[in-house]
Design a protein around this ligand. Structure first.
Ligand code: NAG
Ligand code: NAG
Ligand code: NAG
Ligand code: NAG
Ligand code: NAG
Ligand code: NAG
Ligand code: NAG
Ligand code: NAG
Ligand code: NAG
Length: 838
């Protein structure tokens, strides 16, 4: 009965809503945003504002309109156009954000009290997020008088689909905000597992339990020690201030002259340091330092006294980068916190040979005392070869604990008074979404490629993560037009790969990991993601996209899209169900490929390579043809991968002279190795090795075999010459292989492996030979056995390939061990060679 009643009421409410729709914005002052989750918002304004290269979008959005809450503005001189407007809340209100991806987020709130009718200086308020007080009893006067940065910055883990920031004015006052930033941070910027400093010193370092991710961090200080203010988009929009006003003994320290060179960031995922990657801190922070003033007689140490909250846990992060010592182990520094010896700051680790200048950092949780200052000192160790101590950067973040005193917000059941608007609000949102959906359907029907950005909740998005993919890549496996509009929002890729979760990794290479992902349109893709820190190759990355997007062929793996957002370099390829050709040759758990299958695969790959050489514009040399770069789709159709990372040949077909030989052992053309001249025939040689591999199903380099058998190319030719090729054919196909087909095939192999490139066939000719071998196998055509190929052949003198012992002389050589357990690593997408050699 009661339930029926409730239903009727709901029904009635819905009806009312339809009529109220046009006025809805007047009714729900605090419904908040519901925009995609990369948010930069210019509060209190309808217009976008660009600061640096970041667009802070205005609130001109029907869903987000805060009609009952005022805005104020003053066009006069303020430090940033963001600070010309503010939204003012006279009662409890919130901004609400939709969150697609679990992870660590940065929340930045801007409070600048410009002169206006409301007198923003008199604002007093709290701010909370679920479970935590971010700001308590905010008093704008304090910040303005101290000339402090009008920004509050927080780090927190968000794992709920919506996230609310709640403004709570103190009695008879109000709250305001000029701008809000909320974005997902790169992985591992902050480690969950941090050492806990206690006064028993070094031995007292234990893990801080239960870890930082269960807390919120608030930035208190971020110092570029020995340098100037550092800002800018390359550094997650963080601001680093000079440290000069924080010395306890200023005469003991002096600025080290700045370093102009390149900082050698760590490339890798391991978050626990000590080596810094490019997100840890920008180069400009590591390029300056404070060091001991050797002309000061008392200079035993440098001590900073850093203002902190009383008796509170803080995260202290110290950044070091020794850019003047000749060796990494020359400067030994001792670190003290509150005059207590903590540890030697010495990252010498024979296991990790690092190039200098390698930046590194240490994190500690330190409980502050009741002085209001945290004392941090560095002093040279008496045993050091260079008696110096230095520091490049310092960060202090207050650790905010979960608090049970944070009251639930409006929409919680115990807040009867406020319940109705929220219920109405939710219904309204759903209603509008349905309307929107219907309208969108209609639009899609009429104009399939139009971006449906009309949806109010998408209008203010910094980057619309929901609408983008439907534009270009929704046609499933039929690939969309490839063009430079293939940019995919980072968040879509994070979603697709479960935020680059380790379980999604299908390959690993020098460039980074390859993840399997499913885009929102259901398409399965391979996502190759550059490591943070390997990011010097942005122009090359762009070149790759330009080249890749021009190439399309049935037997070449296609580029689906790319992402260069947020300092990322990501390429997205079509996913190849059956993995690499090598897997199918070497993995005993997979069904054996028949000889006919193998020929078809070789033909597919050859036609892909032929297209690279002769198709599109001017010819492209693959440079890394091998069985792990030949992928198979669900129907065992072969596609060549990693081709876009090869060389584009000049139009006049002059050979290339490269300074660095690139390739993979076992497949590498000896002529190219010797002359460093790269031609299409180098690909032909490598492909010849692949053909042998297909025939014999063994590793191209197998050090466990007798010397003359280690290298498959050498061994294969040797056997061929002795008429023993039959003996090394993969036993699983021995019985099915037609002798004439084998003869034709081995003849092709032999031609491809000629020492002199000009004696090798073109891909075109090779393709024809393989087709012929397939025809024979199919029995469609009988080979004229009077042409006895094997008898008439010259024995090629195969040059010895560089043996493993000469490895060290070969700069930057890509070595692939052929270790079965590395197969995934070796897979198609593994080596995105965006490196300085290119
Ligand atoms: C804008 O600010 C200037 C000085 O900062 C002040 O003189 C002026 O009255 C302000 N305008 C309004 C409308 O408050
Ligand atoms: C702001 O200043 C007032 C008075 O000067 C002081 O009582 C209050 O504690 C200060 N608040 C903060 C957050 O520093
Ligand atoms: C995010 O975290 C929540 C809580 O831990 C979990 O329930 C949810 O499945 C996670 N979502 C994703 C996409 O991982
Ligand atoms: C603001 O925070 C203070 C300190 O926690 C608390 O006592 C007060 O009740 C809060 N006021 C509001 C309106 O949330
Ligand atoms: C945390 O880090 C310490 C050293 O920094 C290490 O000994 C410990 O095993 C780590 N604990 C976990 C749970 O990762
Ligand atoms: C270094 O110490 C000398 C002697 O005490 C002092 O004169 C000089 O100012 C100091 N240098 C700096 C940069 O503080
Ligand atoms: C640093 O030097 C001062 C004297 O300049 C001394 O009082 C203090 O104890 C020293 N601190 C440490 C940690 O060595
Ligand atoms: C504001 O920025 C958003 C997102 O970049 C964009 O979609 C919108 O068109 C911009 N609005 C105006 C008025 O420029
Ligand atoms: C091959 O991989 C396995 C497992 O990772 C490893 O134990 C072994 O040492 C590797 N062998 C070579 C030659 O790299």
């Amino acid at each position: 009965m009661a339930i029926a009643m409730l239903h009727r009421i709901q029904h009635f409410l819905c009806l009312i809503l339809v009529f109220l729709l046009p006025f809805s914005s007047l009714l729900f002052p605090s419904l908040g945003y519901n925009v995609p989750d990369k948010y930069f918002i210019n509060c209190g304004s309808d217009s976008n504002v660009t600061v640096g290269d970041k667009v802070y979008v205005g609130e001109s959005n029907p869903v987000a309109r805060f009609s009952r809450s005022k805005t104020e503005s003053n066009e006069s001189q303020v430090p940033s156009p963001l600070y010309q407007t503010a939204r003012i809340f006279r009662r409890e209100s919130s901004y609400e954000f939709g969150i697609d991806t679990n992870g660590t987020y940065l929340v930045r709130l801007h409070f600048f009290s410009f002169t206006s009718r409301s007198n923003l200086y008199s604002a007093r308020f709290n701010i909370s997020v679920p479970g935590f007080w971010l700001v308590q009893k905010f008093d704008a006067r304090n910040d303005t008088e101290n000339n402090a940065d009008p920004v509050k910055e927080f780090f927190m883990e968000i794992t709920s689909p919506t996230f609310k920031i709640i403004f709570r004015p103190l009695p008879s006052s109000f709250a305001f905000v000029n701008a809000i930033e909320l974005f997902l941070l790169p992985l591992n910027l902050i480690s969950n597992n941090v050492s806990h400093f206690t006064f028993s010193g070094y031995m007292g370092l234990t893990s801080y339990r239960p870890g930082l991710y269960s807390r919120v961090l608030e930035t208190k200080l971020r110092l570029n020690v020995g340098g100037q203010i550092v800002t800018g988009p390359d550094n997650l929009l963080r601001k680093w201030f000079p440290d000069d006003s924080y010395f306890a003994n200023p005469e003991n320290a002096k600025n080290r002259s700045p370093f102009m060179g390149r900082i050698e960031y760590h490339v890798g995922d391991d978050s626990d340091g000590p080596y810094a990657n490019k997100f840890t801190a920008p180069s400009d922070v590591y390029r300056t330092a404070k060091e001991i003033n050797s002309s000061s007689s008392s200079a035993g140490n440098i001590t900073w006294a850093l203002p902190v909250d009383y008796n509170t846990d803080h995260l202290l992060r110290l950044h070091f980068c020794d850019y003047w010592s000749p060796q990494i182990d020359h400067a030994y520094i001792n670190l003290f916190i509150y005059d207590t010896y903590v540890m030697p700051v010495n990252i010498y680790d024979p296991e990790v040979s690092k190039e200098l200048p390698a930046p590194y950092y240490f994190d500690f949780v330190v409980h502050s005392d009741d002085s209001g200052f945290m004392k941090v000192s560095i002093a040279p160790d008496a045993s050091a070869r260079i008696r110096d101590a230095f520091l490049n950067g310092l960060e202090i973040m207050k650790i905010i604990e979960r608090s049970s005193s944070v009251p639930p917000y409006l929409d919680e059941p115990n807040s009867e008074h406020n319940r109705l608007p929220v219920v109405l609000g939710s219904v309204l949102i759903i209603f509008m979404m349905i309307l929107g959906f219907l309208w969108r359907l209609k639009i899609t029907k009429e104009k399939p490629t139009e971006n449906s950005d009309w949806l109010p909740m998408l209008v203010t998005a910094g980057g619309s993560s929901q609408s983008r993919l439907t534009e270009g890549t929704s046609q499933g496996s039929a690939l969309p037009n490839i063009n430079l509009g293939l940019k995919i929002p980072l968040l879509d890729l994070q979603l697709a790969t479960n935020n680059f979760h380790a379980s999604q990794i299908i390959g690993k290479g020098s460039f980074g990991n390859v993840y399997k992902g499913v885009l929102q349109n259901g398409m399965t893709v391979a996502v190759k993601r550059g490591e943070p820190g390997s990011g010097e190759g942005l122009p090359e990355f762009h070149t790759e996209i330009v080249i890749l997007s021009k190439i399309r062929h049935k037997h070449l793996v296609s580029l689906i899209g790319y992402c260069d957002e947020n300092f990322e370099m990501i390429l997205v390829y079509e996913y190849m169900e059956k993995g690499t050709l090598r897997d199918h040759l070497s993995n005993k758990n997979l069904p054996r490929l028949s000889w006919k299958n193998r020929l078809e695969i070789c033909i597919g790959a050859a036609s892909g390579l032929h297209y690279l050489h002769k198709g599109v514009d001017g010819g492209i040399i693959h440079r890394d043809v091998k069985s792990t770069n030949i992928l198979l789709d669900e129907n065992l159709v072969a596609k060549v991968a990693d081709f876009g990372l090869s060389r584009t040949g000049p139009v006049d077909h002059q050979p290339y002279v490269t300074t660095v030989v690139k390739g993979t052992f076992g497949y590498l053309d000896p002529e190219y190795f010797k002359t460093q001249q790269l031609t299409e025939k180098s690909d032909v040689y490598s492909f010849g090795v692949v053909l042998l591999e297909v025939l014999c199903a063994r590793a191209v380099i197998d050090p466990s075999l007798p010397r003359d058998q280690i290298n498959l190319a050498e061994w294969g030719i040797l056997c061929k010459n002795k008429g023993m090729l039959q003996d090394i054919v993969d036993p699983s196909i021995k019985d099915q292989i037609d002798q004439n087909s084998l003869r034709k095939f081995s003849e092709t192999v032999e031609k491809s492996l000629q020492e002199d490139g000009s004696d090798r066939p073109t891909m075109d000719a090779l393709l024809w030979d393989l087709e012929y071998a397939l025809q024979i196998q199919r029995g469609v055509q009988d080979e004229d056995s009077s042409i006895s190929v094997s008898a008439s052949l010259q024995l090629p003198s195969v040059r010895r390939l560089p043996s493993l012992s000469t490895l060290s002389e070969v700069a930057e050589f890509a070595i692939v061990t052929g270790n079965e357990s590395n197969c995934a690593a070796d897979s198609v997408f593994s080596l995105l060679k965006i490196d300085d050699a290119r």
